[in-house]
Design a protein around this ligand. Structure first.
Ligand code: SAH
Length: 339
């Protein structure tokens, strides 16, 4: 078993079952997560028996790095899992810190027409270990701290909800990955029941909704999930989340040429969002060769932005990073298939 496959609770229980003490879990986790040891022999404040137990029961292997594409502010990693499946994650170096975008599944079943990830149907969910190891592997590879995590890579996190919950417990634990809750964001295409469950967790972890359209007619065309959970149901789940947590929700809106970027769309979006504790992130579309959809023209993005702003909707145009490293969801894996 990999030591990164446990939550703290799970490790505590496992150690207790094996006649160790609950606090031994924290000791081990501190060495593994905070002191970056390479072997359990390096643990100093624990008994020889516990060291031997760890050596026979646990490994601490990281993920196998297949390729790494770097540009000025972005590094994209392709990792191979033990069963041969490949996953991506992207490191973004902002002036306010390092942010890591991780994947939640191998492939994705959500079937958004503009998205490269969905070209590979879901093969399986990522395990807790594989979620955690994306963070640990990048930290070790670059010898850096990660300051924030976004779960916006390949896959639908709320379709792997149990492991995402376990991951969040590891990510926010100060003795483990140790990132502040407000510096973690989970992005969903809108699985309504899970948005509500997420709200009920009562954490400070941020929620981002991939809305991408101001009405059902357009959303039905580009996001298959809208036939199961339409805009109204997504927005009422968002209201529920805001009521429960009092946290501002990010609304993601990819600007797609002649699909969702008209003035009329901007006005509809204003009516949909007016008065809600949300902010809109307008995302320049990363074009892919497998799809005819084009990115919106710059002047249209600007006009759209102006309409939102003028009507009191908080809004930013996402800074583009990683275009040269094919950092849009699924693009690196797709590229590696072609090679
Ligand atoms: N399934 C989740 C998280 C993964 S997708 C979700 O849908 O939110 C992360 C974000 O990237 C989503 O907003 C998705 O719509 C967007 N995205 C997908 N392909 C893109 C592309 N080619 N260019 C820009 N953004 C893209």
């Amino acid at each position: 078993m990999n030591i990164y496959s446990f939550t703290k609770n799970e490790l505590e229980n496992y150690l207790i079952e094996n006649e160790f003490k609950k606090f031994n879990a924290t000791q081990i986790l501190e060495w593994v997560y905070l002191k970056n040891i390479k072997s359990f022999d390096e643990m100093r404040n624990v008994s020889k028996v516990l060291i031997e137990f760890c050596k026979t029961n646990f490994t601490m292997e990281t993920l196998k790095l297949i390729t790494k594409h770097s540009s000025k502010d972005t590094v994209k990693y392709l990792f191979e899992l033990t069963d041969g499946n490949k996953i991506e994650c992207v490191l973004m170096k902002h002036n306010y810190g390092n942010s890591l975008c991780i994947s939640s599944q191998v492939g994705c079943n959500m079937g958004c027409v503009f998205c490269e990830s969905g070209r590979l149907k879901k093969v399986r969910d990522l395990s807790l270990e594989e979620l955690v190891l994306q963070v640990i592997s990048v930290k070790k590879e670059e010898n850096i701290n990660i300051n924030s995590i976004v779960i916006m890579g390949i896959g639908e996190p709320f379709d792997n909800f149990e492991n995402i919950k376990r991951f969040l417990s590891v990510a926010i634990d100060p003795k483990m990955i140790g990132i502040g809750q407000r510096h973690i964001t989970v992005s969903t295409c809108g699985l309504v029941p899970k948005i509500k469950e997420f709200a009920d967790l009562d954490t400070q972890v941020n929620l981002a909704i991939s809305l991408h359209a101001p009405n059902n007619e357009i959303r039905n065309q580009i996001m298959k999930i809208n036939s199961a959970y339409n805009i109204n149901s997504v927005m009422s789940a968002v209201d529920y989340y805001i009521e429960k947590t009092n946290r501002r929700v990010t609304i993601e809106y990819i600007m797609l040429d002649d699909i969702n970027d008209s003035e009329k769309c901007a006005k509809e979006l204003v009516s949909l969002l007016k008065g809600k504790l949300v902010y809109v992130n307008l995302i320049p579309y990363n074009e892919t060769s497998n799809c005819q959809i084009k990115r919106s023209k710059d002047f249209k993005v600007k006009a759209f932005y102006d309409i939102l702003k003028k009507n009191g909707i908080e809004c930013t145009i996402r800074k583009e990073m990683g275009l040269k490293v094919s950092a849009a969801c699924g693009q690196l894996r797709a590229l590696s298939e072609v090679k």
